[in-house]
Unconditional design. Structure first.
Length: 296
């Protein structure tokens, strides 16, 4: 008999059944449409990311060549830009693809991996942020660093929690003192994930398992899942971020119940992601609303 990793305790207030239903509906929409997600992501996680998207019911394409990235972003259903291994050509391709996505109205997600103390990726991530992604997704240290509110964490590991990034996330989606917002939605990963957007307010997702942090690509693949959900909810990226986070972490939580450790967890996670039903989502989701509106 295997013992699952501990599950985070949800915030007070109890799960919101409306959010569980919305998540189940968006999951069905992703599977019905099978969106093509253009991924410019780090070389360490390309295979994992592609497999997660396929298990979800989406499609993946890794197009990170200059002069191809821009045209492809125009025809893809969504774009993910991940700064994990920012070599010269993928850096240029990232900026080309993001600019084309903005011009074409393609929703896109920025995942600023290991941004902060490393200068090349930090400059790249801030240039990308200036283009206005649909969703900024990362751990708390990464989110704070790309928004200019801290120096970052320890590589890909966060040294702070989602609540430490709350104020910066609120400013990013609303604009401090009424200035132009920098991003449509922010998704901060942690033991309990924090999602912030004008249309959704402040939402917490308390599903998940520690085993996601003990395999390669657990967080990076989530960025691709968020992108897939933005393809079916382009006008409400906050809802897409909430639903994607819930689906990803519910599948992981259910897989962890059967896993003996990280080695068995990874294939079980893919299986659970592929077999996850709307009923599983409604039954298992621990989504709570902290505030229905972004605080002024």
């Amino acid at each position: 008999m295997h013992t699952a990793a501990p599950v985070p305790t949800p915030p007070a207030g109890g799960p919101d059944p409306d959010w569980a239903d919305r998540t189940a509906t968006l999951l069905e929409a992703v599977r019905a449409r099978s969106p093509l997600v253009h991924c410019i992501t780090n070389t360490v996680v390309q295979n994992v990311t592609a497999n997660v998207l396929l298990a979800l019911g989406a499609s993946a394409a890794m197009v990170d060549v200059v002069s191809e990235a821009g045209p492809f972003a125009r025809v893809a259903d969504a774009l993910l830009v991940n700064t994990g291994t920012p070599h010269a050509e993928p850096r240029a391709a990232s900026l080309e693809a993001a600019a084309a996505a903005v011009d074409a109205g393609t929703p896109w997600v920025l995942d600023p991996v290991a941004v902060g103390s490393l200068p090349v990726r930090t400059a790249l991530a801030r240039d990308l942020l200036a283009l206005g992604p649909s969703v900024l997704r990362g751990n708390a240290s990464e989110v704070l660093a790309v928004l200019g509110a801290s120096a970052g964490g320890r590589g890909v590991d966060s040294t702070v929690g989602p609540d430490d990034a709350r104020a910066a996330a609120v400013d990013a989606v609303s604009g401090p003192s009424g200035s132009r917002r920098r991003v449509a939605a922010v998704a901060v990963s942690g033991p309990v994930d924090l999602l912030v957007a004008p249309d959704t307010g402040l939402v917490r997702v308390a599903n998940g398992t520690e085993l996601l942090t003990r395999i390669t690509g657990g967080g990076c693949a989530l960025g691709a899942v968020v992108a897939a959900f933005t393809a079916v909810s382009p006008d409400d990226p906050g809802a897409a971020a909430v639903a994607a986070t819930a689906v990803h972490t519910i599948a992981a939580e259910l897989a962890a119940r059967e896993a003996g450790g990280p080695g068995t967890f990874q294939p079980l996670f893919l299986d659970r992601l592929a077999s996850l039903s709307p009923e599983d989502v409604v039954r298992t989701a621990r989504i709570t609303v902290e505030s229905p509106a972004v605080p002024a």
